[in-house]
Structure formats: structure tokens, C-alpha cells
Design a protein around this ligand. Structure first.
Ligand SMILES: *Cc1c(COP(=O)(O)O)cnc(C)c1O
Length: 388
């Protein structure tokens, strides 16, 4: 039981809350002063241009959410009713939901243990059963780049486009190149707890200008180029507003600083738990540079301290933590869809039938807020160390 009275007297330590710097408000004020309070305007154009310059993504369309970006991305890749789309199982539901918006069939792909991202082995198995998926939605979980070389090679061999869900991995690179720029289409999210935020927002990016141009059309109700309001296809109201884009421009100026903080948080936890054999940090990809959006740990199989015990102990001190995403193949709403495990057979591990389920069962996301002070970090670490 959590002592709520004691809890309320303490400052809350967050998992990952927005960190504003001041420039955000200036860009928003400019938008008000010039009366650009609309879903278009100079901040939207500038934010897109600045993201293109930062990531090298080619072209970008600022949208109302990362989920909207995935939805339009799927549409642009031609996903429709009864098409098959492969998607990482260990992710947030927003990677998967838009597949269902289009009445397509998600096929859920397990993780590999080295980066927690899509398993090339499970992906190959899925291709054996479903040789013609319309797209592969590849997630870079918690900001660690996936095994891009292997995944891209497999997708190239089967001639299937990748939609890269880089919602959690803005600023992370692989082979020196930004995540989100490898797929035919990439998406970013600026939701409230992501590494930079616009309160809510997203972006669809591509090296192909035509795809991004079409995303702009579809996201503004798909008006034909005519003076009268004429529509020859179904559109959406998915465009980012000029106010929201102003927040994004201010945040982007501080992304490098956020990355440094996040890296320091990961390093601090790693060092603090180095002598506890039961604790392992979430893996990084040696071929890339993670953005360390969330620092996570896993507990050794059979460890007497459970993830719930850690989350309860932190919550008692008003400290926010979170379980690992529950895999999509274990979700009531998605469990009826096909799933391909990294393991050859159910017997390969003693406890779980998939890598993602194992990570879910043994993992915790630790507070990774860049406003955490040295004192906050020490307190979190002391609480966890105290359980061992
Ligand atoms: C946050 C997130 C999204 C959705 O982004 P929104 O901007 O919240 O719509 C999609 N995929 C993953 C992996 C996410 O973490």
C-alpha cells in the first residue's frame, strides 16, 4: 500500500516530462503578433525546414501527431483493406493502431535480445508465411536503433518498403545517419514525454518529395487545386498548427542538450547498478548512438526483486516509473493477429515463448527526466539499491 499522505508532501519525480527553455514562447508570441494562428504559417514551414536540416530526412510534413504520421505513411505506401503489414510487437499501440484504421492485418514481429528491436530471424519467418506484406513498420524502442543493416537487407530482398517509427528515437543515429531517414517513410513524435515536445505533434518524412507533398494534401482535407472546394479523395485534418510548430522550433534548438542529459542519466544508472548482478541496463546498438529517451533495466530471471516491487518502492516516494510496453501480441485487441517469435520453439527458454514477453516480464523504465537533479538521481538509485 502506498502512503498517500507522505507522498503528497514530496516533490514528484517524473519519468519524462516536458522541459521548456523560453524560445518556445517567443516563437508562439510571434505567431500571435502576426496573427498566424492557423494550421499553416511560417513556424510550420520553418519547423519542417529545421527538422530536415537537422536529420537529413529530405522532406518533412508537420502533423498533429506521430500516430497521424504513421496513418498517412501507411496510406502513401498503398496499405488498404486486407493487406498485410509487419510491425514490431514490442512497442506502443500507436505503431499498430493505424494498420487497423485501414482495415489491414497486422502481423506482429518479436524482438531480438541485442537491441530489443525487430528480430531479423522472426522477420524472415514471417516472410515465409506472408511473402507479400505491403509494408514493415520498424520501431526504434526507447531510442535504441534497430539492427538496420539486417532488417533493410531482408526488406530489400523481398521488395517491401519500411515505414520507420522513430517516434521515440529522434536524435539517435545508426552508422552516423539519423534514425527516421532509413525507411522509405519515417515518422517522429513530439508528444508530451518524448525527447522534445510540442505538447502534441508529429512529422512524416521522406527523401521522396512527392510522398511528403501528398501527406500535406491529405492532412489538410485533400482539396483539389481549384478555387471552389473540390475533393476527389478522402482527406484528414492532421496538419500541425503554427502555434504548436513554434513550440517545436524552440525545442529543436535544445535537442542536443536534451541528448547529453539523457545520455548522462543512462550512464549514471549503469554505473550505479554495475555491482548488482541481478540488474542489467537496456541494451544499446554498437553500430549506432542511442538518444537514451528512457533508461530501462531488466532483472535477472528468478530475481527476488520484481519489476512491481521496484515500481511500488519508487511510487511510495512519489517517483514515477513505468513497465516496459506490453507487447502487442499479448494485447486483448491484437492477440488474434499472427505473431512470429525470435525463438525456434517454445522450449528455447524456460519461462517465455518470446523475447518481447521476457523483456516485458523482467523490465522497468526508470525516471529519465532531464530535469532530475543529482539529489533526485541519488534518491532513485538508493531506493532501488536498497531492495537488493
Ligand atoms: C509516442 C509513440 C507514437 C505515437 O506518437 P503520438 O505523437 O503520441 O501520436 C508512435 N510510436 C511509438 C513507438 C511511440 O512511442
Amino acid at each position: 500500500m502506498i502512503d498517500t499522505e507522505k507522498k503528497q508532501t514530496k516533490k514528484r519525480i517524473y519519468l519524462s516530462s516536458p522541459t521548456m527553455h523560453g524560445e518556445e514562447q517567443q516563437f508562439v508570441a510571434e505567431a500571435f503578433d502576426t496573427n498566424w494562428v492557423a494550421p499553416l504559417g511560417p513556424n510550420v514551414n520553418q519547423f519542417e525546414a529545421e527538422m530536415v536540416a537537422y536529420t537529413g530526412c529530405g522532406y518533412a510534413a508537420a502533423l498533429s501527431a506521430g500516430t497521424a504520421a504513421i496513418h498517412l505513411g501507411l496510406k502513401l505506401l498503398g496499405v488498404g483493406q486486407d493487406d498485410v503489414v509487419f510491425v514490431s510487437s514490442l512497442t506502443f499501440s500507436a505503431s499498430c493502431n493505424p494498420i487497423l484504421y485501414e482495415k489491414a492485418t497486422p502481423v506482429l514481429i518479436d524482438s531480438e535480445p541485442d537491441t530489443w528491436n525487430m528480430s531479423p530471424k522472426a522477420l524472415e519467418k514471417a516472410f515465409e508465411v506472408y511473402p507479400n506484406p505491403k509494408a514493415v513498420v520498424l520501431v526504434h524502442l526507447y531510442g535504441t536503433p534497430a539492427k538496420l543493416d539486417e532488417i533493410m537487407e531482408i526488406c530489400k530482398k523481398h521488395n517491401v518498403p519500411i515505414l520507420e517509427d522513430a517516434a521515440e528515437s529522434l536524435g539517435a543515429t545508426y552508422d552516423g545517419r539519423h534514425t527516421g531517414t532509413f525507411g522509405r517513410i519515417g515518422i517522429y513524435s513530439f508528444n508530451g514525454n518524448k525527447i522534445i515536445t510540442t505538447s502534441g505533434g508529429g512529422m512524416m518524412v521522406s527523401q521522396e518529395e512527392a510522398l511528403v507533398q501528398e501527406a500535406r494534401v491529405l492532412s489538410t482535407q485533400a482539396r483539389d487545386p481549384a478555387r471552389h472546394y473540390q475533393h476527389s479523395k478522402i482527406g484528414y485534418n492532421y496538419r500541425m498548427s503554427n502555434i504548436v510548430a513554434g513550440i517545436g522550433r524552440g525545442q529543436l534548438m535544445h535537442l542536443e542538450e536534451h541528448l547529453k542529459h539523457k545520455k548522462a542519466i543512462y550512464a549514471r544508472y549503469k554505473e550505479a547498478f554495475a555491482d548488482i548482478a541481478e540488474i542489467a541496463m537496456n541494451p544499446l546498438n554498437p553500430k549506432g548512438d542511442a538518444n537514451n529517451w528512457l533508461s530501462c533495466i531488466t532483472l535477472k530471471q528468478g530475481c527476488h526483486v520484481t519489476p512491481d516491487r521496484i515500481m511500488d518502492a519508487l511510487e511510495e516516494q512519489n517517483i514515477e516509473s513505468r513497465p516496459i510496453w506490453k507487447p502487442m501480441h499479448l494485447q486483448p485487441v491484437f492477440e488474434k493477429y499472427p505473431f512470429f517469435s525470435h525463438y525456434e520453439s517454445k522450449n528455447e527458454t524456460e519461462n517465455d515463448s518470446s523475447v518481447s514477453e521476457d523483456i516485458f516480464n523482467r523490465g522497468v523504465c526508470l525516471p529519465s527526466d532531464i530535469k532530475n537533479t543529482e539529489d533526485d538521481m541519488n534518491q532513485i538509485i538508493d531506493i532501488i539499491r536498497g531492495l537488493f
